[in-house]
Design a protein around this ligand. Structure first.
Ligand SMILES: NC(=O)c1ccc[n+]([C@@H]2O[C@H](COP(=O)([O-])OP(=O)(O)OC[C@H]3O[C@@H](n4cnc5c(N)ncnc54)[C@H](O)[C@@H]3O)[C@@H](O)[C@H]2O)c1
Length: 258
């Protein structure tokens, strides 16, 4: 075990999901105390059980909550800070997707995705900020997407929320520098999570079909493993990134460089 996050008190939203649970495991392995926060209680329980079974000394607990409403996000951050005796790191990772052409997007689906991806991220940042300001070395890592930076068809609502998260990252970095809180963002490219595997299996796709999706999409010609996104999140959360704020870090296998 190394100790790149030794003593850090961390909340990871979307901690029951693919990237969030991988970040949770890595954070624990690096000495952090971790609260996984997620809407999905079963996914949370599975993520925490897996982390503890791999790393019996892991200091991980869970909070089942939605980040959509400010009151709920505020209660969850307060509970996490009470439990850990403060808060040093917030990873804003929870997110949902919509697979719709913009001309077919409904007001309800816009409200839905903006509520989670954009307002949920803003709610958690606002609720966590008093605790992060009290930390000597507070840090937020937002999880955006390569498609917050480059364009494509079919997921315009999602991509718009991710571009907004990039913008919010820069603004918060400006506003919080004087309070000692760094705010950065990781933009993953296609990352093969259980969510994607289930979606592709439902569509009857085999591994060759899945591999083919990324064959020409990135310079590295493959999907990312969840750990390959968790490591940049870890680094931005750690003191190794102490002079880094307002950065949008591409973790996309070179997709945005094409
Ligand atoms: N997997 C990829 O290819 C990829 C690529 C680029 C960006 N991302 C981003 O990375 C993040 C994690 O992605 P993932 O692939 O692990 O997704 P995932 O779907 O496996 O996990 C997302 C988690 O967020 C939780 N969540 C959803 N709504 C919530 C709410 N209202 N309150 C609290 N929790 C809620 C879900 O229950 C889920 O556990 C997301 O923000 C996603 O947009 C993923």
């Amino acid at each position: 075990m190394t100790t790149r996050l030794a003593g850090k008190k961390c909340v990871i939203t979307g901690g029951g999901g693919g990237i969030g649970s991988a970040a949770g495991k890595l954070f624990c392995d690096e000495g952090a105390e971790v609260v996984l926060l997620d809407l999905d209680e079963d996914a949370l329980a599975e993520a925490a059980t897996n982390i503890i079974s791999d790393s019996p000394n892991a200091n991980v607990t869970t909070i089942a909550a939605s980040i959509v409403l400010e009151d709920d996000a505020t209660k969850a951050m307060q509970e996490a800070a009470d439990r850990m005796g403060g808060l040093d790191v917030l990873v804003n990772n929870a997110g949902i997707r919509k697979f719709t052409h913009l001309t077919e997007a409904t007001p309800e689906s816009w409200q839905d995705i903006i509520s989670v991806n954009l307002l949920g991220t803003a709610n958690c940042a606002k609720a966590a900020m008093p605790f992060l300001r009290e930390s000597d070395k507070g840090a937020i890592v937002n999880v955006s997407s390569v498609y917050g930076v480059i364009g494509r068809k079919n997921m315009g609502q999602y991509d718009a929320t991710k571009a907004a998260i990039n913008s919010m990252t820069r603004t918060l970095a400006h506003e919080e520098a004087e309070h000692g809180v760094r705010v950065n963002c990781v933009c993953p490219g296609g990352t093969l999570t259980p969510f994607h595997k289930a979606r592709f299996a439902a569509d009857g796709m085999d591994q060759a079909d899945i591999d083919a999706i990324q064959a020409d999409a990135t310079l590295m010609k493959r999907w990312a493993e969840v750990e390959e996104i968790a490591y940049p999140i870890l680094w931005l959360a750690s003191d190794e990134a102490s002079f880094i704020t307002g950065t949008i870090l591409m973790a996309d296998g070179g997709k945005s460089a094409k």
